[in-house]
Design a protein around this ligand. Structure first.
Ligand SMILES: Nc1nc2c(c(=O)[nH]1)N[C@H]1C(S)=C(S)[C@@H](COP(=O)(O)OP(=O)(O)OC[C@H]3O[C@@H](n4cnc5c(=O)[nH]c(N)nc54)[C@H](O)[C@@H]3O)O[C@H]1N2
Ligand SMILES: Nc1nc2c(c(=O)[nH]1)N[C@H]1C(S)=C(S)[C@@H](COP(=O)(O)OP(=O)(O)OC[C@H]3O[C@@H](n4cnc5c(=O)[nH]c(N)nc54)[C@H](O)[C@@H]3O)O[C@H]1N2
Ligand code: SF4
Ligand SMILES: [Mo]
Length: 746
């Protein structure tokens, strides 16, 4: 298989590229950061504690905490940050409320009731760890290492994930950030340009910014948003393809109200127009692409008219977009997207985005796609051992490589679930959930329950009680991101035209951990000892790990603290195309693997009569489900009103604020209700809601039952054939009002 990239290589390319800069050259005078000592008195005499890194979402902004009498009063952006700067978002700000949430997990717990309807008994760490160690070991002894499946996500899940993969030796690991989020983007770009793209397109310096579904402004990542706004302020034109009038569409010069699932057809028509009209970058295509002839032949059927019909937009508008891109190329930024597992035809769409950037010559140029050249900091983790499976993209079930040749690192969720539920080709009997909420993250909730029912043992490590923790046999409380060390965060400044800088920071606690919460190194190591892996333990404490990581960049926790939590050093010029850089417009390896070698449009199922397609996205002040019990954020957005087209609403006799439930085309009803938001800003064939609401766990005093859980209605699994990732937007719903099911008019 030509597509053979090890996980290590994958992560290297996916992360900030290596650019070792001699530390002796560090000139802090050039950084332009505040010189005021941060470890000084804050407001009201509060002490400023440095080294915080947010994890209210996965963007990880750099923080300082204002601490009074040992209590965290307030979080702020670290003034020294060249990433988020002093800014944090509503969720980051509300981290204080997570820290002190009375519903948080405090002690190890054992479920003495039923799975899914637990009765919790407080137990000692000793007892909890003994039980986890012995149950997991007996699974391995009886069924082999692959008898354990792992659902990890987040900074604290990396060390345990590597433990289970490398020391124990299971490949049945499925990260939500890959299989339900951005894995398709990364493998599609790897298959096209040899690298995962990240999201750091040069927005501040671009002439045209093109969002395909990205809804920045609701999707909030502070430095990303700052770069986007800076681009708009600098005069960039904005094109947004979205079936909904999103926060980005509201700022767009051109809003393409595309029919969901048809984006690939749209991209192909744009590219075909550019090719047919000689409006592509010929020099770039000549020097830096492969397969132009096959590619242009394959897309030649996509006339403006054909795509207009398929995408339910006008041919004139497609042409207008193509012209705008051509007129401003190469300084155009085609955003690679982030959550891209949409309809099960997503690998091809992501390939199309990467190819469009190529024929516009927009790689490595000002205002285009530019790799972020951040500093390199070594990692410390479990040693890799050969367990008979390879640490590469195809290291899954033996036959997986043939099934999903472009699957991201780990094993596609559905393969794990199918294997666990059927016991074929082998039994999976224990499950470790660490920082993921698969009940609300992975579509097909009944299937998830079936997996849990098939387990001999389930352990969860979390900070809150959630819908998945209800299924645990043993539930372990982790210290939160504000109470622990972990995670080295490196990067560069966002405005790439400015003086080049890089930073290195590490998460440090702002306050000590309360109750009996423990960090990931303690928990993992104690389980490892009980599973017979004591000799393999790479570090004894989390401080030791962070210090060893930092030592590879000649830093330490102490040195970082003395530098106000962030070390800044000169960076590298990111512009300038490497001579050997290639865009594989036509990729014969994909064809050899049985899939189209040129980006190809595959139509998706359409709503059955009387149903609308269910779309979802980000609530600006929440992160998925994890912030639902946060009192500040809940008050800001207590539920997730469903967006309903105004004409459809009029036809159904619904008005703003009407209370509705849902039933999907598989007959599944929502457990809870929400209100209607009547708007012309959504197509008639869709409804839209914010993801993450409708928690079922009664231990969430505030979050339980607030709004509707989109995931409960996502029962049709649209597996992307190249990657095995879960598309989630081929699900169709009707509304229910006062017990009456309402047909959505055609
Ligand atoms: N229907 C639908 N499904 C989706 C999406 C969608 O939009 N709609 N989005 C997809 C995307 S883009 C993603 S990235 C995934 C996200 O999927 P998840 O990562 O599963 O999302 P969260 O809901 O944030 O769940 C994280 C869990 O980690 C816990 N947690 C928080 N902090 C810590 C910590 O410090 N330590 C530990 N151990 N646990 C912690 C939270 O309490 C929560 O239970 O979901 C995907 N699934
Ligand atoms: N506030 C907040 N911000 C977040 C997060 C959060 O939980 N809260 N999560 C973060 C994470 S992990 C991720 S991955 C990102 C996700 O954020 P994005 O990558 O921006 O998410 P998408 O799911 O691609 O975008 C949702 C948008 O896609 C539109 N859409 C739906 N179907 C289609 C279609 O077929 N075609 C097109 N063109 N558009 C369509 C929807 O109307 C909606 O506006 O957000 C990040 N930012
Ligand atoms: S974007 Fe907001 S929630 Fe995410 S890390 Fe930054 S401050 Fe925290
Ligand atoms: Mo995501």
């Amino acid at each position: 298989m030509a597509f053979n990239l090890t996980r290590r290589k994958f992560l290297q390319t996916a992360s900030l590229a290596a650019a070792a800069v001699p530390l002796s050259k560090v000139v802090s005078a050039t950084t332009g950061v505040t010189k005021a000592p941060l470890v000084a008195k804050g407001t009201n005499g509060d002490k400023t504690v440095v080294g915080g890194i947010c994890e209210m979402c996965f963007w990880r902004c750099q923080l300082v905490g204002k601490v009074r009498d040992g209590r965290l009063m307030k979080l702020e952006g670290n003034p020294k940050s060249i990433d988020n700067g002093t800014a944090i978002c509503a969720r980051g700000n509300a981290g204080v409320q997570l820290l002190y949430d009375v519903d948080r997990l405090k002690y190890p717990m054992k479920n003495v009731g039923e799975r899914g309807a637990p009765k919790w008994k407080r137990i000692s760490w000793q007892e909890a760890l003994d039980e986890c160690g012995s149950k997991l070991k007996s699974t391995v002894d009886q069924y082999g290492a692959q008898g354990i499946c792992v659902f990890p996500h987040g900074a604290s899940a990396k060390y345990p994930m590597h433990y289970f993969e490398r020391a124990v030796g299971t490949h049945n690991v499925s990260e939500a950030s890959f299989f339900q989020c951005r894995g398709i983007r990364d493998t599609a770009y790897v298959a096209t340009i040899g690298k995962a793209p990240g999201e750091k397109v040069d927005m501040p310096n671009t002439k045209v910014l093109f969002f395909i579904g990205d809804h920045l402004g609701e999707n909030i990542h502070v430095s990303h948003i700052k770069a986007y706004i800076q681009g708009l302020q600098n005069g960039a034109k904005l094109i947004v393809a979205d079936p909904r009038f999103s926060a980005s569409a509201a700022k767009a010069d051109i809003w393409v109200q595309i029919k969901p699932g048809t984006d690939t057809a749209y991209m192909l028509a744009i590219m075909n127009y550019l090719v047919k009209n000689n409006k592509y970058d010929k020099a770039f295509v000549e020097n830096h692409t492969e397969g132009f002839e096959e590619f242009s032949a394959a897309i030649s059927e996509w006339t403006l008219e054909k795509a207009a019909k398929e995408c339910d937009i006008t041919a004139e508008q497609i042409k207008e977009v193509a012209e705008m891109l051509a007129a401003n190329a190469p300084n155009v930024a085609i955003h690679p997207g982030r959550h891209v597992s949409w309809h099960g035809n997503d690998f091809q769409r992501q390939r199309a985005l990467a190819c469009l950037t190529g024929i516009l010559g927009a790689y490595y140029v000002k205002g285009g796609w530019v790799p972020a050249k951040g500093p390199k900091v070594g990692g410390v983790s479990w040693a890799k051992e050969d367990h008979g499976h390879k640490y590469n993209l195809n290291y899954n079930h033996e036959e997986d490589a043939k099934v999903y040749p472009y699957n991201p690192p780990g094993t596609p969720t559905e393969l794990i679930r199918d294997c666990a539920i059927s016991g074929k080709p082998y039994p999976i009997k224990s499950c470790v959930v660490w920082g993921q909420n698969p009940m609300q993250t992975i579509p097909g909730q009944e299937k998830m329950k079936d997996l849990f029912r098939a387990m001999d043992f389930i352990m969860c490590v979390d900070v809150m009680p959630t819908d998945v923790t209800m299924w645990a046999d043993i539930l372990l409380p982790e210290s939160s991101y504000l109470e622990r060390y972990d995670f080295i965060k490196t990067g560069t400044q966002w405005d790439l035209s400015k003086e080049h800088q890089q930073y290195i920071s590490a998460r440090m606690p702002l306050v000590p951990a309360m109750f009996e919460r423990k960090d990931q190194i303690y928990i993992t190591n104690e389980i490892a000892k009980r599973m017979g892996h004591e000799a393999k333990i790479p570090v004894k404490t989390i401080e030791e790990m962070v210090d060893q990581n930092l030592a590879t960049a000649e830093l330490s926790i102490e040195k970082l603290k003395a530098e106000d939590g962030i070390h800044i050093q000169p960076g590298k010029d990111p512009y300038g195309i490497p001579e050997d850089f290639m865009v594989r417009l036509f990729n014969e390896d994909i064809e050899d693997a049985g899939h189209p070698g040129a980006p190809t449009y595959k139509p998706v199922p359409q709503p059955p009569k009387g149903f609308a397609r269910l779309l979802y996205g980000r609530a600006p002040v929440h992160t998925f489900n994890r912030s639902q019990n946060n009192v500040w954020l809940h008050n800001a957005m207590p539920d997730n009103p469903v967006w309903l087209n105004d004409q459809v609403a009029a036809n159904l006799g619904l008005i703003d604020g009407d209370v509705v439930g849902f039933v999907n085309s598989d007959g599944v009803e929502s457990r809870t209700t929400t209100t209607v938001k009547v708007t012309p800003g959504i197509r008639k064939d869709c409804v839209y809601m914010y993801h993450g609401y409708g928690s079922a766990n009664p231990l969430l005093t505030i979050g339980v039952g607030a709004g509707v859980d989109d995931q409960s209605l996502i029962t049709n699994l649209a597996i992307d054939p190249e990657t095995g990732c879960n598309g989630m937007r081929n699900n169709f719903v009707k509304l229910i009002k006062d017990g009456k099911v309402l047909d959505i008019p055609a």
